[in-house]
Design a protein around this ligand. Structure first.
Ligand code: FES
Length: 172
C-alpha cells in the first residue's frame, strides 16, 4: 500500500478495493472507515450507517465472504480484498432470492436494517445453505430491526434457503 504525502497531519494511502466485481483505486485517509468510503467516496449508499459502534449491523457487508460491520473496519484494512455490498447482489436486474423473499414475506418495514440483514443472511446461506430457524436467528443476531419485524425477516431467509434447496435438488 503506497503512502501519500501528509496534508493536515493525517496520513493518506493509495488503496485498491474490489467491490461487487469492480476495482476501485483511491487515495484515502488512514482513519477513513470502510462504511464512509463506500457511501461518500463511491456513492454506494445501500450500506447504511447506524450506531457506528458495531452494535446495530446496519452497515454489514461481506469482506472476503464474511459478514462484517463496515463501521469497524478502516478502508485501508480492506485494501486488496473482496467486498460485496447490497448493490452487488442483483444480477442482470434480477433480485437475489434473499431480496425477493424479503419483499414476498413483508420483511421490510422502514427498510433501514434490510441491507445489513440481507448481507448477514447471504453469508449464512453461502456457508450453510440449509440453516435451521435457530441458525438463521443466530446469523442475524447482530442486526437490529428498529421496526421489530423479525418474524417475517426470518421467514424470508428460510424461504430463500428453501428455494436454494429446490433449485439444487433437480426437481422441476
Ligand atoms: Fe425498519 Fe428493520 S425494517 S429497522
Amino acid at each position: 500500500m503506497q503512502a501519500i504525502a501528509d496534508k493536515d497531519g493525517v496520513k493518506r494511502y493509495l488503496v485498491t478495493l474490489h467491490i461487487n466485481g469492480d476495482s476501485y483505486t483511491r487515495v484515502v485517509k488512514a482513519n477513513t472507515l470502510l462504511v464512509n468510503f463506500l457511501r461518500d467516496d463511491l456513492d454506494l449508499t445501500g450500506t447504511k450507517k447506524g450506531c457506528e459502534l458495531g452494535d446495530c449491523g446496519s452497515c454489514t457487508v461481506l469482506l472476503d465472504g464474511k459478514a462484517v460491520d463496515s463501521c469497524l473496519i478502516l478502508a485501508v484494512e480492506a485494501d486488496g480484498r473482496e467486498i460485496t455490498t447490497i448493490e452487488g447482489l442483483a444480477r442482470n436486474e434480477k433480485l437475489d432470492r434473499l431480496q425477493a423473499e424479503m419483499i414476498n414475506h413483508a420483511g421490510v418495514q422502514c427498510g433501514y436494517c434490510t441491507p445489513g440483514m440481507i448481507m448477514s443472511a447471504k453469508a449464512l446461506l453461502t456457508r450453510n445453505p440449509h440453516p435451521t430457524e435457530r441458525e438463521v436467528r443466530q446469523a442475524i443476531a447482530g442486526n437490529l430491526c428498529r421496526c421489530t419485524g423479525y418474524v417475517n425477516i426470518v421467514k424470508a431467509i428460510l424461504a430463500a434457503a428453501n428455494e436454494e434447496v429446490g433449485e439444487g435438488s433437480g426437481d422441476e
